[in-house]
Design a protein around this ligand. Sequence first.
Ligand code: SF4
Length: 169
Amino acid sequence: MFLVTNEPLPAPLPSEGLILVSACLAGRRCRFDGSANPDDTISKLVAEGRAVPVCPEVDGGLGTPRPRAEIRGGDGADVIAGTASVMTHEGEDVTDAYLKGARRALERAKATGATTAVLKSRSPSCGAGHVYDGTFTSTLQAGDGVTAALLRSEGLTVLTDEDLDRSQE
Ligand code: SF4
């Protein structure tokens, strides 16, 4: 059950309606290494029932902890187009799980009416604007993660936790 308040969401979030958020930002320990990326604003919105947490990698069938993975040969849009892959550091192709998780996140957005998502920056699923380049050398490239790309292609506004932080400076 959602606890609804009338307090406006912090800019640049929409003034009303649910938003989709990365579960690790809400404190869920679902990162590849079993940790979380807690963000006070996101955690508060989830606690108030104003944000819907999703973890595309877990929803795609991957366990926690799980091998680190990066997109190789492009970004999330290229993965959706079938021209790039998501590979673990050990060389396993986990593209199908990432695509499944992205579709689950989109289904959740549609079911809740969310038109904005705030996702964890740089993740191969959730990253928006920049993701690691597949070399496992902490090198960023322009582009979205798989889930961010799918949500964006379906018309959602996709932000990251870093966008939110900058808006509050
Ligand atoms: S960044 Fe996204 S896929 Fe990764 S742990 Fe957080 S919610 Fe899950």
